[in-house]
Design a protein around this ligand. Structure first.
Ligand code: NAD
Ligand code: MG
Length: 400
């Protein structure tokens, strides 16, 4: 029986992970479930799954959860805060850690899982974007296994040769083709993007996801973060990763080889496929995903992304090329700007502007230690917060 900690069990990826586990109760057992503030959601999961640990990141929420569990399941240990998350990410009862907290909040527990030599099922791409070298070193030095959950990276992993760690020259890999749906605004006139609402930005055509990644998909910052993620995971340069817009989200990415072969992984857009793949790897298990019917789909389309419509792509590429803490700064500024947009305080088009200004305004430093990374994250959040307040002020003046 494999013990699994699910960081972010109440979210979109967390719920899909529990769905896959429910089909294989003989193989996997949830050891710990965690959430931020959703007490009711975690309470219901605790009653259904009876994990050993339940963690609420929010301390008040943890007190409420403990009270509620007194009746139905007093044996579950309720922990709280960053310390609680790290404890269940590294504990001896856990073999696999599903890293599905959204944003920078997932960095420390995900790093703890790597440092404790766990199989890390990585959905939380922001952790890798913030701390690429540090994180990959932690995986290598502690004998952890890193398996990508992000559908594109899981697809690339499936199309890569087993020995891809030997480097592209040895394995004949020439390029990674990262597919992108283009999100809800692929055909919206660029001049109208200024006035799109959070609800429109979150209405993704193919995937049902958390709010933050949905907005990132609309701006395509998600694809920018994924280019950075791919470079770290597959040890390659940004020049070897090409983004292809593929609105049907049936091909989840492709790998090109020196002999002209291009391998692709296809499937219905449902995160239970990459989750089941990474949990069972190197075996295969049933995931509950509907089988792909190619004649029903009948057509697959491809196009190049338009840099004017999606300025975040270039910002991400630049940050990766700069190195140091630039990608940490990019990620922090984007998280702040997306939260402000979702809160209705800044316009959609201000997201890219705030990220650009923050990359220009915060000094890029070496990213060798966790302290340097956390300091860059903090500085970028402060800077981006100020830029958002200025942007909100300008929008109000324009509107009144
Ligand atoms: P979500 O918003 O649905 O869920 C986020 C989870 O994290 C929730 O359980 C929430 O309680 C927890 N959380 C939020 N803030 C927290 C904090 N400060 N401290 C501790 N826990 C916190 O998000 P999601 O769509 O499931 O995405 C999770 C991660 O997976 C993101 O990094 C996203 O980029 C990545 N991802 C998601 C999908 C998808 O289809 N949803 C696909 C690829 C990658
Ligand atoms: Mg993805």
């Amino acid at each position: 029986m494999t013990g699994v900690t699910i960081l972010g069990s109440t979210g979109s990826i967390g719920v899909s992970t529990l769905d896959v586990i429910s089909r294989h109760r003989d193989l996997f057992e949830p050891v710990a479930l965690t959430a931020n503030t959703n007490v009711r959601g975690l309470y219901e999961q605790c009653l259904a799954w009876r994990p050993r640990y339940a963690v609420m990141a929010d301390a008040d929420a943890a007190v409420r959860l403990k009270d509620m569990l007194q009746q139905g399941a007093p044996e579950i240990r309720v922990l709280s805060g960053e310390q609680g998350l790290q404890e269940v990410a590294g504990c001896a009862e856990t073999d696999y850690v599903m890293a599905a907290i959204v944003g920078a909040a997932g960095l420390l527990p995900t790093l703890t899982a790597a440092r404790n030599g766990k199989r890390v099922l990585l959905a939380n791409k922001e952790a890798l974007v913030m701390s690429g070298k540090l994180f990959m070193d932690a995986v290598r030095e502690n004998g952890a296994q890193l398996l990508p959950i992000d559908s594109e990276h899981n697809a690339i992993f499936q199309c890569m040769p087993r020995d891809f760690n030997d480097g592209p020259a040895m394995t004949g890999v020439t390029r990674i083709l990262l597919t992108a749906s283009g999100g809800p605004f692929l055909t919206r006139p660029v001049g109208e993007l200024d006035s799109v609402t959070p609800a429109e930005a979150c209405a993704h055509p193919n995937w049902d996801m958390g709010k933050k990644i949905s907005v990132d998909s609309a701006t395509m910052m998600n694809k920018g973060l994924e280019v950075i993620e791919a470079c770290w995971l597959f040890d390659t340069g940004v020049e070897n990763v090409e983004i292809v817009i593929h609105p049907e989200s049936v091909i989840h990415s492709l790998v090109e080889y020196s002999d002209g072969s291009v391998l692709a992984q296809l499937g219905n857009p449902d995160m239970r496929t990459p989750i089941a793949h990474a949990m069972a790897w190197p075996r295969r298990i049933e995931s509950g995903v509907k089988k792909l019917n190619l004649s029903d789909i009948s057509q697959l389309n491809f196009e190049k992304p338009d840099p004017e419509r999606f300025p975040c792509l270039e910002l991400a590429r630049q940050a990766l090329a700069q190195g140091g803490t630039a990608t940490t700064i990019l990620n922090a500024a984007n998280e702040v700007a997306v939260a402000e947009f979702l809160g209705g305080r800044i316009r959609y088009t201000a997201i890219a502007e705030v990220v650009k200004q923050t990359l220009e305004g915060v000094t890029n430093q070496p990213a060798d230690t966790l302290e340097q990374i956390l300091e860059a994250d903090k500085q970028a959040r402060d800077y981006a917060g100020n830029q958002c307040r200025m942007s909100a002020g300008t929008s109000r003046q324009v509107m009144s």
